[in-house]
Design a protein around this ligand. Structure first.
Ligand SMILES: Cc1ncc(COP(=O)(O)O)c(C=O)c1O
Length: 388
């Protein structure tokens, strides 16, 4: 039997880099001495009071279909969170609750882009953007943010990539894989480009609560951006709730009405008890965010210190998130081979960052989503591997 051409768009170029994650997880389950630093799933527990909110809701019979756009109290909590990082009033009606940042990103792309459009993606970028954009029929135009510039956006290059067919600019802020948190001036420059060329901006802010120094800036708050920005995010990383699948898209109300229809055909609303838990996290989880940020910052510092002892492996200091990029180009093998050799000889699994785009070829992405004892052990193994 034949499948639709759509299925060929689902993989994306970087898909095979994930084999190392699959293999190392299986080895871990077999009880082998493996340390998995190739994924960004927080090892922290979802806070107990958040779990209780879900359990209470379940016990109270919150087990039926729900509002397609999400519960109003949750939408208000999301709107007020974004209002405070953007410095502008976000109307709760502009919020659609969806199944994680990923689902929100995909849904937004389907509503904004189509055949004949070009979408600028800042490279390196989170892997799933490629297939999400491809599924709309639009062409992805990747603009390099070179390693030599610390993977920061090259505004002149973005501007040069704009053509009459350009419909939008897509990026994550802070970035996965680089951990770069965009400065206010960088966002203002991207916003100006978007306004001048009448473009959508789709920004993924899933790591916005994990900025280590200074504030997170939301591009939606910049002049004339309210009507052209779609901000997607979730409770996944901020409250260690990746498995709960609760996220959102915030954009102009007309987009909301389209997203509502998308939810009708492919989701039919999130479970009520999940939304109650997310609402509780957003309203009462301020301290948990502070704790998570402090934990990741301490781990980042540990990794920087320990991997600083590695031989010929320059590091990029992450400003946010749970990943660190290491340049392995001096090791005379491509980053995928480096990752596999490292894994086979030490049991530490990291990811070939070439999976995130051509700009990050020659780098590996190292997650610090494991506790400090395992993390230190992993660093010691990586350091000794680089010295052999
Ligand atoms: C940049 C980025 N966006 C989205 C996601 C997925 O987030 P969610 O669990 O909210 O779908 C991830 C997960 O690693 C990510 O790194």
């Amino acid at each position: 039997m034949e499948f639709a051409p759509f299925v060929d768009l689902l993989g994306g170029e970087g898909a095979e880099a994930w084999e190392i994650l699959t293999e190392s997880r299986i080895a871990l389950e077999r009880g082998e001495d493996v340390i998995v630093l190739s994924i960004g799933d927080p090892d922290l527990e979802t806070p107990g009071f958040v779990v209780n909110a879900a359990v209470d809701a379940l016990r109270n019979g919150d087990t039926h279909y729900t509002e397609l756009e999400g519960r109003s109290s949750l939408r208000s909590a999301i709107a007020s969170k974004l209002s405070s990082s953007a410095g502008v009033r976000i109307d709760p009606d502009w919020v659609t609750v969806l199944a994680g940042t990923q689902n929100a990103f995909y849904s937004a792309c389907r509503c904004l882009f189509g055949a004949g459009d070009e979408v600028i993606v800042l490279d390196p970028s989170y892997v799933t953007y490629e297939a999400s954009i491809a599924s709309t029929g639009a062409k992805q135009v990747r603009v390099e943010q070179p390693a030599s510039d610390g993977f920061r956006p090259r505004i002149d290059a973005i501007e040069a990539a704009v053509t009459p067919a350009t419909k939008g600019i897509v990026f994550s802020n802070p970035s996965n894989p680089t951990g770069v948190a965009l400065r206010k001036e960088e966002l203002e420059a991207i916003a100006r480009l978007a306004v001048d060329n009448d473009l959508w901006v789709v920004v993924d802010e899933v790591y916005s609560d994990l900025v280590f120094e200074g504030a997170h800036h939301s591009i939606v708050g910049m002049p004339e951006m309210l009507e052209r920005t779609v901000t997607v995010s979730s409770v996944s990383k901020s409250y260690a709730m990746t498995g709960w699948r609760c996220g959102w898209a915030v954009g102009p109300s007309e987009l909301g009405s389209h997203l509502r229809k998308m939810s009708l055909i492919n989701l039919y609303g999130l479970p009520g008890f999940i939304m109650e838990a997310a609402n509780t996290a957003l309203r009462e989880g301020g301290e948990e965010i502070e704790t998570a940020r402090a934990i990741y910052k301490a781990r980042r510092n540990l990794v920087l210190e320990e991997l600083g002892k590695a031989s010929e492996m320059p590091l990029l200091v992450p400003e946010a998130g749970m990943f660190l990029m290491a340049d392995v180009r001096a090791h005379n093998m491509n980053a995928n081979n480096f990752a596999w050799d490292l894994y086979r000889s030490t049991g530490v699994s990291v990811l070939d960052a070439g999976a995130f785009g051509s700009t990050s070829k020659g780098w590996v992405r190292i997650s610090y989503g494991v506790d400090e004892v395992r993390l230190k052990e992993a660093c010691l193994r990586i350091v000794s591997f680089t010295q052999t």
